[in-house]
Design a protein around this ligand. Structure first.
Ligand SMILES: Nc1ncnc2c1ncn2[C@@H]1O[C@H](COP(=O)(O)OP(=O)(O)OP(=O)(O)O)[C@@H](O)[C@H]1O
Length: 234
């Protein structure tokens, strides 16, 4: 597996009033193509900052972010917008579906602008929602809404799937089924998945575990005994 993503000495500083906050203070890691990576850390450790920079939603103060053959840290706003639209699928804790579009329309709306997009109906079927295509978000359970959000991200056929606490708002069983879906999609499509969480029990499903603490990498572990989601409990 070749290296697909590299963070090289990435720093992110926010200044509020007089006090600079070092959200990331020299972060280095790499992610291979097709790897399932869990980024772990306590609240405020810098996990979302990493994900947002990787997804082109935020920019680093210094350092390099390489994705494929591109140095996204050198991108201007226009190139970052293209990168976000074409290369990255996002899954958030609170789904972020458009309330007045049904499930199918939510997926189509996000994906049809992308060059290599997949068929929205097929993907919704794959995530177990073939009987809910015309339901609006308010007519779906939390788990179903998250499945629509995952379908929306996957239908773009992005190089990279980024998930920020995707099970944070779900009950235990539903959360596990969403994780299983992400693991299955990762294995079937060989797309890199980066999942941010504070829940260390999720780590055994990952190929690689990146622990973040106070804006720095605490450890990077290659998981020799990857577990299927069914075998994980918390
Ligand atoms: N827009 C911002 N302005 C100022 N400080 C920020 C901003 N975004 C994040 N921070 C700070 O940067 C640090 C890292 O935040 P980040 O959101 O990456 O943490 P996290 O590990 O994702 O936490 P959580 O699990 O609570 O979401 C925190 O100290 C946070 O307060």
């Amino acid at each position: 597996m070749g290296v697909f993503i590299e963070f090289k000495n990435v720093k992110k500083e926010y200044t509020i009033g007089e006090v600079p906050i070092k959200a990331l203070n020299g972060v280095d890691f790499s992610i291979n193509k097709g790897e399932f990576v869990v980024v772990l850390g306590e609240s405020g450790a810098g996990k979302s900052t990493i994900l947002n920079i990787l997804g082109g939603m935020d920019t680093a103060t210094s350092g390099q972010v390489l994705v494929g053959d591109q140095n996204i840290s050198s991108f201007n706003e226009k190139k970052l917008t293209e990168y976000r639209a074409e290369k990255v699928g996002f899954v958030f804790q609170f789904y972020n579906l458009i309330p007045n579009l049904n499930a199918l329309e939510n997926v189509e709306f996000a994906s049809e602008v992308c060059k290599n997009h997949l068929d929205a109906k097929e993907i919704l079927q794959k995530v177990g929602l073939k009987n809910h295509l015309r339901n609006f978000p308010s007519q779906l359970s939390g788990g179903e809404q998250q499945r629509v959000a995952i379908a929306r991200a996957v239908a773009k056929n992005p190089a990279l799937l980024l998930c920020d606490e995707p099970t944070g708002a779900l009950d235990y069983v539903t959360g596990k089924s969403v994780l299983k879906l992400l693991q299955d999609l990762n294995r079937e499509t060989n797309k890199s998945v980066v999942l941010v969480t504070h829940n260390s029990a999720i780590a055994p499903m990952a190929d690689k575990i990146i622990k973040v603490k106070s804006g720095k990498i605490e450890s990077i572990t290659i998981n020799e005994q990857i577990q299927s989601v069914e075998g994980i409990e918390w």
